[in-house]
Design a protein around this ligand. Structure first.
Ligand code: UDP
Length: 312
């Protein structure tokens, strides 16, 4: 198939491109590199079935080939990035989203939208099921991301409802692995980098807030399964249900790296979700999917990558 991947130079995007090429597809990758990293695609230079275009999807894109599938992953995703790029984040979830839906509709392609657990905001239902509407502050600092992604889901659903566009929505929970940017501000690269450099690990708040971390190969497998399934337009959670507090996680990183770093508490950011864990019953049922890489194993592989980047 001919597959278009937006956000192709991003952390998840670059792994997805690798998987699609390994599966034998021809892939066109788009990225404006505002948070993506061209180096994540360097190993594909000269690949016969891969082409890359540095474009902003808000400006649209006219493919020169037929398109069978569109994976729409373009968006800043780390809190540090989307706070810095608030208006760009809102634009990519609205104008960019619409441009890609128009492209998919004209091409007769199926589109998968990379949505997020942030649709649930600071959730009052735990674990989060897809039919929970969420608890999002529309004017809080995270709204540039949360509402952008929620609007994108509404647009995708409306294209399906009014134009019969073939769509899928993946609600992606925290994901990690090699090729995350060391400076993207998220908890995992921050803690690992701090541990390797012997700096204090910056725990926000008392560290009792929870996250559930999914290794990137598991996530990519879920995305591909969802795209090729007959799951229909409803959202499907993709994440690892194994939940850990940020404090426990900091201690795990110290043990894993053998670091002598101390923990240093910082103020908890406003509207930081206190608990997050996916209910993946729907993915299990519709896709036969569940994560297979344990946090211990995934962290080991990720640490290897970060050691090579930090040089320690
Ligand atoms: N966090 C932390 N220290 C850091 C970065 C993040 O304690 O240096 C916490 C943050 O407050 C949140 C969790 O780790 O509760 C996950 O944050 P991240 O930025 O990775 O992503 P989020 O899940 O909030 O989008």
């Amino acid at each position: 198939m001919n597959v278009l991947v937006t956000g192709a130079a991003g952390f998840v995007g670059s792994h997805l491109v690798d998987r699609l090429l390994a599966d034998g597809h021809a892939v066109v990758g788009l990225d404006n590199l505002c948070t993506g990293n061209a180096a994540s695609l360097q190993h594909l230079h000269g690949h016969q079935r891969f082409a890359f275009h540095e474009v902003d999807i808000c400006d649209g894109f006219e493919p020169t080939m037929s398109v069978d599938r569109v994976y729409n992953l373009a968006s800043p995703a780390s809190p540090v990035d989307y706070h810095r790029l608030g208006l760009e984040t809102l634009a990519v979830g609205s104008r960019g989203m619409q441009a890609m839906l128009d492209l998919a509709r004209a091409a007769g392609a199926r589109l998968l939208q990379a949505s997020t657990s942030e649709c649930y905001g600071d959730p009052l239902v735990h674990p989060q099921t897809e039919d929970y509407f969420g608890n999002v502050n529309p004017v809080g600092p995270r709204s540039v991301y949360d509402e952008s992604k929620r609007f994108a889901e509404a647009l995708v659903t409306a294209y399906h409802r009014y134009h019969k566009t073939d769509v899928r929505i993946a609600r992606i929970f925290n994901t990690y692995g090699p090729r995350m940017r060391l400076d993207d501000g998220r908890v995992l690269p921050s803690f690992i980098a701090q541990a390797l450099r012997g700096e204090p690990l910056t725990v926000f708040g008392d560290g009792s807030q929870t996250r559930s971390f999914c290794y990137v190969s598991d996530l990519v497998d879920g995305l591909v399964r969802l795209m090729e399934s007959d799951a229909g337009p409803g959202p499907v959670n993709l994440g690892n249900p194994e939940e850990v507090t940020v404090l426990e996680f900091a201690r795990e990183v110290l043990v894993l790296t053998g670091s002598q770093s101390k923990l240093e508490h910082r103020e908890l950011p406003q509207d930081d979700p206190l608990r997050r864990r996916p209910d993946i019953s729907r993915a299990r049922r519709l896709l036969g999917w569940e994560p297979t890489v344990s946090r211990r194993e995934g962290l080991r592989m990720t640490l290897e990558y970060f050691r090579s980047v930090v040089g320690k």
